[in-house]
Design a protein around this ligand. Structure first.
Ligand SMILES: [Ca+2]
Length: 281
């Protein structure tokens, strides 16, 4: 179920708490799996907490599915049927609203398309769709779809390593796509067990960072082995006072290639955060 369970549940008065409990249990699940693995002497996995070192206003109207910085632009994609779009924001110089709209430009998607991850690859913007089995190539200047590629299944997250795209589909699988054809598949494992619900992705210094759907945690994956080497726990990054009934999970990782900074945000979050990692003792 890709629709936001939080929203579905929160239609019933007492259930936001239940949704929060479900999410907390899932988040615990990742770390609980880790503890079991540690006892059995499996992979060496380090857990990090994230410290917010800079905040910028984001947009509660964005149901964030993709988030990437490339050549002085921040690309943001937003999901849901009938509401999907991809936006180009000036980066790092921009302010949200109030400047006549010159700070960002939007491409609206057809009503039948639920937009998912976005990546910039070989000077083209690639946008996934959730269930349409399509990936769109978009001209970054004109913001027009120039080509549509077939996807073999669902599209969730996507990132570029410069040569290939890496695509998640909501399972534990990552697919490598190069020059129009699919290459190898990688099964992502946490202590030897496949880890499903991989969502938004970001290639950072030879590793793949992935949001895990329904959690506020990021896993760092070796693209050579599929093994998770690090877990970053971002629970409580977005303060409680900034959360509303429709505020959804963390989803969105962008690495600024010029500065090395890592920015994160979430679905309908009012803020994006530049984070630094602190190893948990
Ligand atoms: Ca990303």
């Amino acid at each position: 179920m890709k629709e936001q369970p939080f929203i579905v549940l929160s239609r019933l008065r007492s259930l936001p708490l239940m949704a929060a409990l479900v999410m907390a249990a899932l988040a615990l699940g990742l770390l609980a799996d880790l503890a079991v693995g540690a006892e059995s002497g499996a992979d060496t996995i380090t857990v990090y907490d994230a410290k917010a070192v800079e905040r910028r206003p984001f947009d509660r109207g964005v149901f964030t599915q993709g988030f990437v910085i490339h050549s002085d632009k921040l690309w943001v994609s937003s999901g849901l049927y009938g509401k999907s779009f991809v936006e180009r924001w000036n980066w790092p110089a921009w302010k949200l609203g109030g400047d006549g709209g010159t700070h960002k430009t939007r491409l609206e998607l057809p009503e039948t398309v639920f937009a998912e991850g976005v990546a910039v690859h070989k000077n083209t913007v690639f946008l996934l769709s959730w269930k349409s089995q399509k990936m769109f190539a978009i001209d970054p200047k004109r913001l027009e779809i120039t080509h549509t590629y077939a996807l073999p299944g669902e599209g969730w997250g996507v990132t570029s390593d410069g040569q290939s795209l890496w695509i998640s589909d909501g399972t534990s699988r990552l697919r490598e796509w190069r020059d129009g054809t699919f290459q190898k598949q990688l099964t992502v494992t946490l202590n030897g067990k496949p880890l499903p619900r991989l969502n938004e992705l970001e290639w950072i210094n030879g590793e793949i960072w992935a949001n895990v759907w329904l959690t506020d945690q990021i896993v760092v994956i070796s693209p050579a082995t599929g093994r998770i080497t690090r877990i970053i726990d971002l629970t409580n990054l977005l303060p409680k006072k900034e959360r509303r009934r429709d505020t959804d999970v963390l989803n969105g990782i962008a690495h600024d290639p010029k500065t090395g900074d890592v920015w994160v945000t979430g679905k309908r979050w009012p803020t994006m955060f530049r984070i630094e990692l602190i190893e948990r003792q």
